[in-house]
Design a protein around this ligand. Sequence first.
Ligand SMILES: [Cu+2]
Length: 120
Amino acid sequence: MKTFRNISIITFLLSLFIGVNLNAQAAPKTTTIKITTSAECDMCKKRIESEVGKMKGVKKSELDLTTKVITVEYNPKKTSPEKIRKAISEIGYDADAVKANNRASKTLPHCAPTQDSVPH
Ligand SMILES: [Cu+2]
């Protein structure tokens, strides 16, 4: 009878252990989102990528100029899509429904469609 109880305890502990392992696999450390920006040229691309890239919790940021979509890989515990969109807006670009910060877009390079930008 005693042996039987020991085995059931071991089985119980084992199932706990397996359960914890499954949970760890089900929750990945990073998530990926795609945000549509108003990037126009290579300068915009570099600017947005580096700005988003240095944010806390962001692992990778890559902007495709043909679609203007930035793909961001981030840790959802450290940052959020809202924060990332806001950061893009703060440097002067649209990020999905979040419009570019007006003051910031005036300091953008020539490609930005503002009246006081200097053409090259
Ligand atoms: Cu540009």
